[in-house]
Design a protein around this ligand. Structure first.
Ligand SMILES: [Ca+2]
Ligand SMILES: [Ca+2]
Length: 151
């Protein structure tokens, strides 16, 4: 089967890899990650700035969570223990929210709380709360984060 290296030292998992397709004794996601809808998720137990959280995910070959469907929104809502960073920012152009790959997120594909985003130039990073709704926050806030990667 196709083995993907996903978590070097940082997670110290055993096995330090995941399998596609999954098989007994060889799960689809690295140890400490959960599997849903063909993604692997890592929920941090500490808090950090958006930038540090993004770097953490990047070092593990993943990116900050991007919620792309109602199904994923529902799943994340059941898993979240605290407000967590999303992988979208409006730092370059105020009000234009971009994903990690540089594509622009449309309003229809967003789940902003009815009063958000409301922080203008002071709040350029997005957060998802336990209810699944999004809020803009200052990027230097210290929050939990979720990494999303491929199995
Ligand atoms: Ca902003
Ligand atoms: Ca806000």
């Amino acid at each position: 089967s196709n083995v993907t290296l996903l978590n070097p030292e940082l997670l110290g998992g055993d096995p330090p890899f995941c399998c596609v397709p999954p098989s007994p004794g060889c799960p689809p996601c690295s140890k400490g990650w959960t599997y849903f809808g063909n993604s692997c998720y890592f929920y941090s137990k500490t808090e950090s700035s958006w930038e540090n959280a993004q770097s953490f995910c990047s070092l593990l070959g993943s990116k900050l969570l991007e919620v792309d469907s109602p199904e994923e929104k529902g799943h994340v809502r059941t898993m979240l223990q605290s407000s967590s960073w999303l992988g979208i920012k409006d730092e370059e152009v105020e009000g234009t929210w971009k994903r990690a790959d540089g594509t622009i997120l449309s309003r229809e594909n967003s789940s902003w709380h009815r009063n958000e985003p409301n922080g203008g130039r002071q709040e350029n990073c997005a957060v998802v709360r336990e209810d699944g709704e999004w809020y803009d926050y200052p990027c230097t806030s210290k929050l939990s984060w979720v990494c999303e990667g491929h199995p």
